[in-house]
Design a protein around this ligand. Structure first.
Ligand code: CTP
Length: 427
C-alpha cells in the first residue's frame, strides 16, 4: 500500500519514527511529508533514511513531478501524526499553504489524524469545531491519549501510541464494514466501552493494579462493531490488543479514565463501563523510586478514594435531563448506561442481592453481574453473567448466560440494542 505520513510540528514528531518503522516493516511504501515547523524537531534526513524515499515539505521541490497533486492522488492512505491544533485548523479550513495541506486536499483514500497538543488546545472550542468539521467529512480523527504532557501538565493531548495509530490506520484502509454490520441493530449508534484495569502509580516503577485482562471489554467492543455501532474504546491496562476498528483512547489511572469517559459520553448512545476501576489510589506519588531506608523503617502507603465514574456518568445525565441538547449546547448524554459488578457471595441469593443493591446504588440502566472466585472471571476465556435491570420486578427471574466472553458479549449487546430501542423516543 502507498502511504503518505504527514508530520506536524510538535515534540511528539519523534514518535512518528516508530510509526514509520511499523509501516515499512509491514511492507508499505511510505512518503513522509513534514511541515516546516516539524523539521525543527526531526530533520528530513531521519525520514529519508527510515522511509528510503526523498522527503520534502515544499511544493517547490521536484516541481517537474507535480508532487502537490501526485502524492495525494496516488496515496491509498494518508496518516498525519502528530496532528497539531494548527494542522487540524488548516485542514478543516481547506488551506493549501504547504505540501502536506495540498496533499490532504488531493486525497482519494482514507485520511487519519492522530492529534497531539496540550489539553487546553484540544478542548478549545476552535479545535473542537475543527475536529467536528473534519469528522463530518469522513476524515478519521483519533482521540489523543490521556497522561503526562510536555511540561509539568497532564491530561488529554498525548499522541496515541504508535502501535494504536498503526492499528487505526490499517482498519481505516480495510474494506468498508460488511453488509451484516450495516443492517445490524446498532447501526448509526455510538457505543463507548471502557475496558481493562486501571493502574495507580506509587513511584516511577510501581503501581497498584488489578487482574483485569480487558478480554470482556474487548469482546463487547467487537460485538458492538459487529452489530453496526461506532465504538469509542477507552482502554486501561489490557493483556490483549485493542480490537481493530474502534476509536481508541489509552489511559492508565482511574482519574485519566474518568476524564476520557466524560469526554466520550456526550454524543454516545450507550456507555458500557466494563473497566475494573481501582476504588483507591495512593494519596501521593513519588517522582523517584521509593528506596529501602537505612534506619529500618518501612514506608506507609495511604490510600484515598477514587471517584465512582459510573455513578458520576449517571448523575451528569440526571442533571442534564429536562434541558435539550440545543439548550445546553452539549451533545446528548448516553440513553443507556451499563455497569458491571464482580461479586462473591455466600450463596446464589446473596450474589443476586449484592447485584441488586449495586444496581440501585449506581443508578445505571443495566447491570452485568459477574460471579467471581479465585479462578472465575479474571483472565479466563469463559464467564457467567446475570443481567439486572431496574425495571425488573421482585419476582422477575433475571437472565443468566454462560459461555465464552465472545458469546456472552454478543448476548449483552443484543440486550443493549433492545433496551436502547425501548429507551429512545420514537422518531
Ligand atoms: N466503577 C467506576 N468507578 C469506580 C469503581 C467502579 O465507574 N471508582 C464501575 C466499574 O467500571 C463497574 C462498576 O462500577 O462498571 C462496579 O464496580 P465495582 O468495583 O464492583 O463497584 P464498587 O462500587 O467498587 O463496589 P464494592 O463496594 O463492591 O467495591
Amino acid at each position: 500500500m502507498r502511504i503518505v505520513l504527514g508530520v506536524g510540528g510538535g515534540i511528539a514528531a519523534y514518535k512518528s519514527a516508530s510509526l514509520l518503522r511499523l509501516f515499512t516493516e509491514a511492507g508499505h511504501n511510505v512518503s513522509v511529508i513534514p511541515t516546516e515547523a516539524s523539521t525543527k524537531f526531526v530533520g528530513a534526513a531521519t525520514w529519508e533514511a527510515l522511509s528510503g524515499n526523498r522527503v520534502s515539505g515544499s511544493v517547490f521541490d521536484e516541481v517537474e513531478k507535480v508532487n502537490h497533486v501526485r502524492l495525494g492522488h496516488e496515496a491509498d492512505l494518508i496518516v498525519v501524526a502528530p496532528a497539531t491544533a494548527d494542522l487540524l485548523a488548516r485542514a478543516a479550513s481547506g488551506q493549501a499553504n504547504d505540501l502536506l495541506t495540498n496533499t490532504l486536499l488531493m486525497a482519494r483514500g482514507p485520511v487519519l489524524f492522530a492529534p497531539a497538543m496540550h489539553t487546553e488546545m484540544w478542548s478549545h472550542p476552535a479545535t473542537r469545531a475543527n475536529v467536528d468539521t473534519l469528522r463530518s467529512r469522513g476524515v478519521l480523527v483519533m482521540e489523543p491519549g490521556v497522561g503526562r504532557l510536555t511540561g509539568t501538565d497532564s491530561g488529554a493531548g498525548r499522541l496515541p501510541d504508535p502501535k494504536d495509530i498503526f492499528a487505526a490506520a490499517m482498519a481505516a484502509a480495510a474494506p468498508p464494514q460488511d453488509q451484516a454490520a450495516l443492517s445490524g441493530p446498532l447501526h448509526g449508534k455510538t457505543v463507548t466501552v471502557t475496558a481493562g484495569g486501571t493502574r495507580e502509580p506509587l513511584d516511577p516503577v510501581r503501581f497498584l493494579g488489578n487482574r483485569s485482562s480487558g478480554k470482556q471489554g474487548a469482546a463487547l467492543a467487537r460485538a458492538a462493531l459487529d452489530a453496526g455501532a461506532q465504538v469509542r474504546f477507552i482502554a486501561a491496562h489490557m493483556d490483549i490488543p485493542a480490537p481493530e476498528g474502534v476509536e481508541l483512547t489509552r489511559v492508565e489511572t482511574a482519574l485519566e479514565l474518568r476524564e476520557a469517559v466524560h469526554a466520550a459520553a456526550p454524543g454516545s448512545d450507550v456507555l458500557i463501563m466494563a473497566a475494573a476501576v481501582a476504588d483507591f489510589r495512593p494519596d501521593t506519588h513519588s517522582d523517584t523510586k521509593i528506596k529501602k531506608r537505612d534506619d529500618g523503617t518501612d514506608p506507609v502507603i495511604t490510600l484515598v478514594r477514587n471517584p465512582d465514574i459510573l455513578a458520576e456518568a449517571v448523575q451528569r445525565r440526571t442533571a442534564a435531563a429536562g434541558s435539550t441538547a440545543a439548550e445546553t449546547g452539549h451533545k446528548p448524554l448516553p440513553a443507556l448506561i451499563v455497569g458491571f459488578a464482580a461479586e462473591t457471595g455466600d450463596g446464589d441469593a446473596d450474589v443476586l442481592d449484592y447485584g441488586r443493591q449495586k444496581l440501585k446504588r449506581k443508578g445505571c440502566d443495566l447491570l452485568v453481574l459477574n460471579r467471581v472466585g479465585s479462578s472465575l472471571v479474571f483472565g479466563q476465556d469463559s464467564t457467567e453473567v446475570t443481567l439486572l435491570s431496574p425495571r425488573d420486578s421482585a419476582d422477575t427471574v433475571p437472565l443468566t448466560f454462560t459461555g465464552s466472553k465472545t458469546e456472552v458479549a454478543r448476548r449483552i449487546i443484543a440486550r443493549v440494542a433492545q433496551e436502547l430501542e425501548a429507551a429512545l423516543p420514537v422518531r
